[in-house]
Design a binder for this molecule. Structure first.
Ligand code: 6GU
Length: 270
């Protein structure tokens, strides 16, 4: 047993369909774009050569409810001699999907030969020195969703889950990048100010609703993980302003070109 859920979709089958649709029997690196990161795809693509774009619906194993044209596709991009799988969006657990569907993109990428998974997300900043539009390297996580994407005897080691080697490489590209611990909550609501104080006490620097299940899946599959949070807002109770999902997306939009360039530089050096 591989220790994953029995109802899981077939990643090998999706990888075979991906190979057929892209003409590449293997890929090297996967990049998953989170909320607010979608515009970074254009910058990233412009640095390389887009070979194909495949809707999730063509790969199988993704939720049927996934809306096409809303980031529900993966691009195969050649960048600096590397074959990149650029997932334009992700399936979120807060939409009510099984974790087996949430992590299907990462399992498909790993089945396609990917050894490095780059996960991006929008996060609330918990430290007063953080500002909107700041990218932060995820150094570790707190999985506070109460769930694992793995089922059965899959006692995957999560020491150095976010590869120190890859973080060092990202800091070579952007020496001012800071690091933080990412706390994942189920959402879809934002936290209360009391919950944010709790998270700070627990050692979190960032809060969001994604990434951790994909990290666990990638580590279980033997891939290295780099995760970058874009601080799209400070967390509840920090500014005196209410939180707004549209502001989260707007902050991503404003930072998109910079984030795309950062991703392109990092991927080029892998
Ligand atoms: Cl403040 N909380 C959560 N859970 N997710 C977020 C966020 C906050 N800001 C962006 N994403």
């Amino acid at each position: 047993s591989t220790g994953t859920a029995s109802a899981r979709p077939d990643a090998a089958a999706s990888a075979a369909r991906l190979a057929a649709a892209t003409g590449a029997d293997r890929h090297d690196v996967a990049v998953v774009l989170g909320s607010g990161w979608k515009p970074a795809a254009e910058t990233l693509a412009a640095r390389g050569r887009v070979l194909a774009e495949v809707p999730f619906t063509e790969l199988g194993g993704f939720p049927e409810t996934t809306v096409p044209g809303h980031g529900a596709a993966v691009r195969s991009v050649e960048l600096n001699g590397r074959r990149l799988l650029l997932f334009l969006g992700r399936v979120h657990a807060y939409e009510g999907h099984d974790l087996a569907h949430v992590v299907h993109s990462v399992r498909t990428a790993c089945a396609a030969g990917v050894g490095t998974v780059v996960l991006t997300n929008a996060a609330g900043g918990l430290r007063a020195d953080m500002h909107v539009g700041q990218p932060v390297l995820v150094s570790d996580h707190l999985n506070l969703t109460g769930r694992s994407p793995l089922v059965g005897p899959a006692f995957t080691d999560l020491t150095d889950a976010y590869a120190p080697r890859l973080r060092a490489l990202a800091r070579e590209v952007e020496p001012t990048l800071s690091e933080g611990v990412y706390a994942a909550l189920p959402g879809p609501h934002f936290e209360t100010p009391a919950e944010i104080r709790m998270l700070r006490t627990l050692g979190a620097d960032l809060v969001g609703m994604s990434t951790v299940h994909e990290t666990i899946t990638a580590r279980n599959a033997g891939a290295e993980v780099l995760a970058i949070s874009l601080v799209t807002n400070l967390a509840a109770g920090m500014t005196g302003e209410p939180l707004d999902h549209l502001e989260v997306l707007a902050a991503g939009e404003a930072a998109a070109t910079r984030m795309g360039a950062l991703l392109a530089e990092v991927v080029s050096r892998l």
